[in-house]
Design a protein around this ligand. Structure first.
Ligand code: HEM
Ligand code: HEM
Ligand SMILES: [Fe+2]
Length: 446
């Protein structure tokens, strides 16, 4: 490491990996429940498993982003993190709030709004927690002499993500308005400001891994950020088709969300071009795999599979079915999960001094999670299309349809097992690298 406080990132990453493991456990509980094996129902009912699965996902990704910020910002700003103590307090309190929320879900302490299930008192604690993080990172940048575009894009993304948590707290007893504001958080996160975070982290990785000029990489960043904002903001309309909002959203949502895949395509093309152009033969091959994997798979999961149900004529049939879960898995995995795994793969050898990330176990982790997630997506897609036909076209009862499609979840469980074996391999390598040290980093790796 070039800066001692970069090692704070390690503890965020370790937390992130722990929460990912827990998320997968809840995924399996739901997968089996869908197959008809809901033995744990009295302790972990489906709604509790689902809320836990979704919230753990969001929290492990945010923890990963925070870890990334603690690693990237000192290096880009050429100074230590403002207050390491505050960083550790913030991580500790984040874990505490997260654990309380997950336990609460199992005792029916939740709000029942997908992705925003955390009960109100805990929401306020989340806000305080994130303010601590933003303050610490913000001050680190503020006092730095050097402020790169990558730093600013990453920081602006994190700041906006924090601010966009607030619309979800607007009180209303109107179902339509509640849904309306919920999408400001959920949609404007993943199809808006999180893309800035992605742009920032990807450009940092590409600068390091390819050796291509910072100016070239950052210029492209601006363009992608522009397209993201233009299409993503009004693209929110693709969630307003059938929730009780005015009809003009059909047109606005349809047109602007159909443009969104272009931003993701832009990212994929940009990453591949830069990688080809690069002169540098960086020894950390797996970091490059995850970086390019993220750029390409986010286009497939978010861009292509998002487009698959974004037009109002299609969404009319697929809304809220397993077709949504099909897209949700691949999009989150490709865009944000692979991004976090990329920055971890890049930074761990530098933090711990152990260069184990290029092993065959690491390669297995990459390929089996990729093939596993593609297969899971296919399983959800097949189940989803069957559901749409039986339930929406033929008018069969919801529960009867759920019974009829149980068999598809056998495929899901098999695919998820392959995927999970890859996650186990990844975490095994993570643990094998050991704890961070203050030893100087091998120049070849930075
Ligand atoms: C590997 C084991 C996993 C299994 C077995 C699994 C299974 C499931 C199941 C059964 C659901 C509920 C679908 C429903 O509403 O009926 C679900 C929801 C969800 N899972 Fe997973 N999952 C796994 C891993 C993951 C991972 C790694 C991610 C993200 C990277 C993820 C993201 C999601 C999302 C976003 C939803 C909500 C989808 C929606 O809004 O409809 N899951 N998962
Ligand atoms: C990385 C970016 C993205 C992620 C992580 C993501 C994830 C998700 C998730 C989890 C949901 C379910 C949300 C809920 O019901 O609460 C969803 C819904 C949806 N997404 Fe995405 N998405 C992304 C990008 C896109 C893009 C670019 C498009 C369009 C081109 C798109 C189209 C849709 C549509 C139409 C729905 C609503 C499905 C329904 O009616 O049930 N998504 N997305
Ligand atoms: Fe959306």
């Amino acid at each position: 490491m070039n800066y001692k406080t970069q090692k704070i990132a390690y503890y965020f990453f370790a937390t992130s990996m722990l929460l990912l493991t827990l998320q997968i456990v809840f995924g399996f509980i739901m997968g089996f429940a869908h197959m008809g094996y809901d033995g744990l129902h009295s302790i972990i009912p489906f709604h509790a498993a689902r809320a836990s699965h979704n919230n753990l996902l969001v929290v492990w990704l945010l923890t990963g982003f925070m870890g990334a910020a603690h690693y990237i910002i000192p290096e880009e700003c050429e100074r230590e993190i403002e207050s390491p103590l505050l960083a550790y307090i913030q991580l500790g309190s984040l874990i505490l709030v997260g654990v309380t929320a997950i336990i609460g879900f199992h005792f029916n302490w939740w709000e029942g709004r997908k992705f925003l299930e955390i009960p109100r008192p805990l929401d306020y604690l989340v806000v305080v927690n994130v303010l601590m993080f933003i303050y610490n990172i913000g001050m680190t940048i503020w006092k730095a002499k050097k402020k790169t575009t990558t730093t600013l894009v990453l920081f602006f993304g994190l700041l906006m993500a924090a601010l966009l948590y607030l619309p979800g707290l607007i009180p209303t007893d109107n179902q339509t308005m509640d849904s309306y504001w919920r999408w400001w958080v959920v949609h404007l996160w993943v199809e808006g400001v999180w893309e800035l975070i992605m742009g920032g982290i990807l450009s940092f990785l590409l600068i390091k891994l390819t050796g291509v000029d910072r100016e070239i990489i950052e210029k492209w960043l601006y363009i992608i950020v522009g397209v993201t904002f233009l299409s993503g903001i009004l693209g929110t309309g693709h969630h307003y088709y059938y929730i009780g909002t005015p009809r003009y959203w059909l047109m606005i949502g349809g047109i602007f969300s159909a443009l969104e895949p272009l931003a993701f395509l832009g990212i994929a093309i940009y990453a591949i071009m830069v990688a080809k152009k690069g002169q540098r033969n960086h020894p950390n091959k797996m970091a490059m795999h995850w970086t390019l994997g993220c750029a390409v798979m986010s286009f497939v999961g978010a861009g292509l599979l998002g487009f698959a149900h974004t037009l109002p004529q299609v969404n009319l049939w697929t809304h809220g079915t397993l077709v949504t879960a099909m897209h949700g898995h691949m999009a989150f995995w490709g865009a944000y999960a692979m991004l976090v795994l990329a920055i971890i793969s890049y930074s761990i050898p530098n933090m711990t001094g152990r260069k184990l990330m290029n092993s065959s176990i690491s390669a297995y982790a990459f390929w089996s999670t990729t093939v596993g997630m593609v297969s899971m997506t296919v399983a959800f897609g097949v189940a989803g299309i069957a559901q749409v036909y039986l339930e929406r076209k033929m008018g069969m009862d919801f529960l009867e349809v759920q019974k009829a499609i149980e068999i598809h979840f056998l495929g899901l469980i098999l695919a998820a097992s392959l995927f999970s074996s890859g996650i186990i391999a990844y975490i095994y390598e993570f643990i094998r690298c050991g704890l961070p040290t203050d030893a100087p980093v091998d120049k070849e790796y930075v």
